[in-house]
Design a binder for this molecule. Structure first.
Ligand code: MEV
Length: 379
């Protein structure tokens, strides 16, 4: 097999973070900040080079084969994901602590090995180099984009797909079923996030815009959305935030369930609004659809704050945006991380520039971008 190079986009959740974990609707769009992975088969070692999280490591094939024997892997391509006990053995092999397994670096190593050992019929030497434009741990789907790239490249190494079949569609990329790639990436996300809903691996695989509910993902024909993406630079853990919402839901189900239902209703309305935006044939209809979208953004942020997943840095961001007549919400798990300011057709460029400058002066990192980038791509 020749070297294979793949990339996957990051993601922004427009509606449905947290509620999607409990089977409610979510809407997400991809982001044109990408993770790229190049896999070169051959050599005498297994090499993983992932500078963003400080990994530059090589394992002699004898050691990898001995691990594979110890795990008793079945010798079939794309066998079942590793069991929890097998993941424990891999953790020991890598010298990682149990929980959490060593921060982003440990999680990236563990994700790699679990996919490598499950997807390939036998260990094969290869060099994998990963680079990413996505900040780690900010809520932009860096772990999901990494897992999507790994799954696609390893499936190709296992002899799946075809280099010649490079015309991507909504179901296939590089001859690989997107559903299968996303399914493997989900396994990796389970290691990183505990109980993920599956939305992150879905949007990073399919790209564009997707609607997601109870494990089912449907690509949407939504129009590209202009946004300011704002990094609070406050680190947080998706796993811990999801666990905190779960604990509140257990303590106060009669209070939390209606909030989750309202978030579901918001996502359903957003689907309708995005469809209205796509079909609008006059500037006035577009402006009405944007006004509806903005109202949903405002309500969404307030509902998420009621689940205590906001943060002082996110509240400040929403306040600064509002002072320029703009609409912002947290995106992803919250607790810091990222916020998104959703712009409209007629948003005044001066308001956007001033908002951006004020946020940057306060220490936020701001990107002005368009959501809806292509998903998994073979280069
Ligand atoms: C994280 O990007 C989104 C959450 O809803 C968790 C998940 O869906 O797995 C907070």
């Amino acid at each position: 097999m020749a070297a294979v190079s793949v990339s996957a986009p990051g993601k922004v959740i427009l509606h449905g973070e947290h509620s999607v974990v409990y089977g409610r609707r979510a809407v997400a769009l991809s982001l044109d900040l990408r993770t790229t992975l190049t896999l070169t088969p051959g050599g005498a070692r297994l090499v993983l080079d992932l500078p963003e999280v400080d990994i530059q490591q090589a394992w002699p094939m004898g050691e990898v084969e001995a691990l594979w024997e110890r795990l008793g892997q079945p010798g079939e391509a794309c066998a079942a994901p590793l069991t929890e006990a097998q993941v424990g053995q891999v953790r020991d092999f890598l010298g990682l602590p149990e929980d959490p397994p060593g921060g982003p670096r440990g999680l990236a190593l563990l994700s790699f090995f679990q996919l490598y050992l499950a997807i390939l019929p036998r260990p094969v030497p290869a060099t994998l180099r990963v680079t990413s434009q996505l900040p780690t741990g900010a809520g932009l789907g860096s772990s999901a984009a990494y897992a999507v790239c790994l799954s696609a490249a390893l499936l190709r190494l296992a002899g799946r797909g075809a280099a010649a079949d490079s015309t991507p569609s909504t179901e296939v990329s590089g001859g690989l079923s997107l559903q299968e790639v996303s399914g493997w990436a989900f396994r990796s996300e389970q290691i990183v996030h505990g109980t993920p809903s599956g939305i992150d691996n879905s949007i990073c695989t399919y790209g564009g815009a997707v609607s997601f509910k109870a494990g089912c993902c449907s690509p949407l024909g939504a129009p590209p959305l202009q946004v300011l993406l704002v990094n609070t630079r406050v680190p947080r853990s998706t796993k811990a935030l999801v666990a905190a919402v779960a604990a509140r839901r257990r303590r106060l189900p009669e209070v939390v369930e209606p909030v989750l239902d309202a978030l579901d209703a918001l996502a359903e309305r957003a689907l309708q609004t995005l469809a209205d935006l796509s079909s609008a044939d006059s500037p006035q209809q577009q402006d009405e659809a944007y006004a509806a979208l903005h109202e949903l953004v405002d309500i969404n942020h307030a509902l998420l704050a009621s689940l205590s997943v906001s943060h002082a840095s996110l509240e400040r961001l929403v306040g600064v945006a509002a002072s320029y007549g703009l609409h912002a919400k947290l995106t992803g798990a919250g607790g810091g991380g990222l916020g998104v300011v959703v712009l409209g057709r007629d948003t005044a460029p001066e308001a956007v520039d001033k908002c951006r400058s004020e946020l940057e002066a306060q220490g936020y990192q701001v990107w002005q971008t368009i959501l809806g980038a292509p998903g998994l791509t073979f280069h």
